[in-house]
Ligand binder design. Structure first.
Ligand code: ADP
Ligand code: TYD
Length: 202
């Protein structure tokens, strides 16, 4: 088996993805690897502009269908401008969220739109990560951590606790459906313990 080079972090809002993605990037850099740490929505100048449209404003600013189009547009730009060039240059890419977030946030929360998400993914993205860490944790704790940041990008957190509970189940089903690519990580622990487990997987 070849070493994974495109690694993603997924999970509900506030589950510790950014913290763990940063920690893994630091560890790999210390070990002499060339690493690009990036995020979605965003990760390229055009996609960062789309991010602002998606994460600010009223919770019902966009329907799930419109979100699928905007997230996929942002992802296409991210892939073209950041991810693919880095992989082609032999670097490791760590992304804080990728297509699994669309499968769960848009595909399984407001009606069953999973088929639409998958069709658009096949048409416009057509790429899966080599390895995905799904951080699983208690939605109430994660939501309070996320809202405490006061980032001003809380459109999805503002959809409430039951929305986060639905998301959690969506991520658990995804992990079970793709056991070769996805590793489920218990996020209800100290950050350092989680980082060590993730590093051990690699
Ligand atoms: P996400 O990217 O999943 O939204 P973050 O990594 O930004 O999550 O973490 C959300 C908040 O919780 C941050 O303030 C972060 O410092 C804190 N945090 C992250 N991991 C842990 C942990 N294992 N235990 C306690 N707090 C944490
Ligand atoms: P992020 O900044 O990672 O939020 P958090 O730190 O709260 O986890 O992601 C922004 C929000 O966008 C998050 O609430 C999840 C949502 N999102 C989708 O709904 N679909 C997607 O495809 C992506 C990438 C993110």
């Amino acid at each position: 088996m070849t070493a994974p080079r495109f690694i993603t972090f997924e999970g509900i809002d506030g589950s510790g993805k950014s913290t763990q993605a940063r920690a893994l990037a630091q560890r790999l850099k210390k070990a002499g690897q060339d690493v690009v740490l990036t995020r979605e929505p965003g990760g390229s100048p055009g996609a960062e502009e789309i991010r602002q449209l998606l994460l600010t404003g009223d919770p019902d600013r966009w329907t799930a269908e419109t979100e699928i189009l905007l997230f996929t547009a942002a992802r296409r730009d991210h892939l073209e401008k950041t991810i693919q060039p880095a992989l082609d240059a032999g670097k490791i890419v760590i992304s804080d969220r990728f297509a699994d977030s669309t499968r769960v946030y848009q595909g399984a929360t407001r009606g069953d739109l999973r088929g639409t998400v998958d069709q658009l993914h096949d048409l416009m993205i057509g790429r899966e990560p080599d390895l995905t860490f799904i951080i699983d944790m208690d939605p109430a704790t994660a939501l309070s951590r996320g809202l405490a940041r006061q980032s001003g990008e809380d459109r999805f957190e503002d959809m409430g606790l039951s929305f986060q509970e639905t998301l959690r189940h969506g991520f658990l089903s995804l992990a079970h459906a793709h056991p070769n690519r996805c590793v489920l990580i218990d996020g209800n622990r100290e950050a350092e313990a989680i980082t060590s487990e993730i590093a051990a997987h690699l």
